[in-house]
Ligand binder design. Structure first.
Ligand SMILES: C[S@@+](CC[C@H](N)C(=O)[O-])C[C@H]1O[C@@H](n2cnc3c(N)ncnc32)[C@H](O)[C@@H]1O
Length: 353
């Protein structure tokens, strides 16, 4: 006789909440339509919110009501909504706004829908679907590229708040931000270190957006912007430190190693390497590194790494892992050159691209 499954109604309810995609898509709508911004001055009836955001009021009501059931907004009187702690970070003027964080763009969502295939084959869902890597595809899709960059950088105010105090910046007067995106992170570092100057290095179609961000942050005069490919040997040489924030987890080991070897080739013997991303930890505890690992499988083809895996990756590129500092957001994995480890003139050619 088959054993009957254990019935735990609470578990079934919890799983249903975990598995549904209604809430993420409804939150996305609130962000796209700037709904939280309409509630900054206090509660408002849905008709007013709809008029201000260009929504169909009875339909907006349905979405907001569903979200209020999860604590995102509260329905004070029938059809009248207010912000809650969970809705506050959806405001565009919130210092740690997550409004841009989860764009749920169609190519991303379609790739996620193929996750089963990725887990069957070990191949990246996005690459299988589009026949190329995410960043190559972005080069011909400026709208999605811009939204992706903004989503990646939307956590930077929070990461800056937690990571900058964890790093000893003394002695760093020249910094290269490798894959620096639109520059929000390096801008934050420069603002906190007035004697420092930097070079932001990223693909040309991404880097071209950085000057405006740097100017708005008031650091444009201390940050040069250079377009280039980190697989091509164009990383500016000779800086005191090389920063790579949320870069390596996008790439499988041989590609990540190629990037690190290119960085190592650009470093002086005494340059510092500051890798900022999640370090995957063992056990069942919540760890953003574990979920980013699955995201990499859906979209980018890389994976997150444990401290030991970082040490191995560094060693293969002539670098030693000097320290790992955990912060409430990302970790700082610091590397230093292993003396004499540069393969003269052949680091790039020799890298497994
Ligand atoms: C996840 S984003 C991180 C952006 C930035 N470091 C941050 O955390 O705010 C990854 C960055 O790597 C850049 N990138 C991808 N492939 C690259 C390449 N071949 N050469 C230079 N940059 C590249 C992307 O354009 C993107 O800006």
């Amino acid at each position: 006789m088959p054993v009957r499954p254990r019935v735990d109604i609470q578990a079934v309810t919890e799983l249903t909440e975990l598995a549904d995609y209604i809430v993420p898509f409804a939150i996305r709508v609130m962000c796209d339509m700037s709904v939280a911004d309409q509630l900054v001055d206090g509660p408002r009836p849905v008709e007013e919110i709809a008029a201000a955001t260009g929504a169909h009021a009875p339909t907006l009501l349905r979405a907001m009501r569903a979200l209020a059931g999860r604590g995102v907004f509260t329905e004070l009187d029938p059809g009248t909504f207010a912000l809650t702690p969970l809705a506050e970070p959806l405001r565009s003027d919130h210092p740690f706004s997550v409004r841009e964080c989860f764009p749920l763009m169609p190519p991303d969502v379609t790739s996620w829908a193929r996750l089963t295939g990725a887990i069957r084959t070990g191949r990246t869902a996005f690459d299988d679907l589009y026949g190329m890597g995410y960043y190559d595809w972005c080069a011909d899709h400026p709208y999605e590229c811009d939204r992706f960059e903004r989503s990646a950088e939307s956590v930077n105010p929070l990461v800056l708040r937690t990571v900058v105090p964890a790093v000893d910046w003394s002695g760093i007067t020249t910094l290269v931000d490798v894959g620096g995106g639109h520059g929000t992170f390096v801008a934050g570092v420069l603002r906190r270190n007035p004697a420092m100057s930097a070079i932001l290095f990223d693909l040309p179609h991404v880097a071209e957006r950085a000057p405006a961000v740097l100017a708005e942050a008031g650091v444009a005069d201390r940050c040069e912007v250079r377009g280039g490919d980190f697989f091509s040997g164009a990383i500016p040489p000779g800086a005191d430190a090389y920063l790579m924030k949320t870069i390596l987890h996008d790439w499988p080991d041989e590609r990540a190693s190629a990037i690190l070897r290119a960085v190592r080739a650009a470093m002086r013997e005494d340059s510092r390497l500051l890798v900022i991303e999640s370090v995957r930890t063992p056990g069942d505890g919540w760890d953003v590194g574990k979920v980013m690992d699955v995201k990499a499988l859906a979209l980018f083809g890389g994976h997150t790494r444990t401290e030991e895996e970082f040490a191995g990756l560094f060693a293969g590129a002539g670098l030693r892992l000097a320290s790992v500092t955990l912060t409430p957001t990302m970790s700082v994995i610091e590397g230093a050159a292993i003396e004499g480890s540069v393969i003269e003139g052949s680091v790039i050619e020799g890298a497994a691209l």
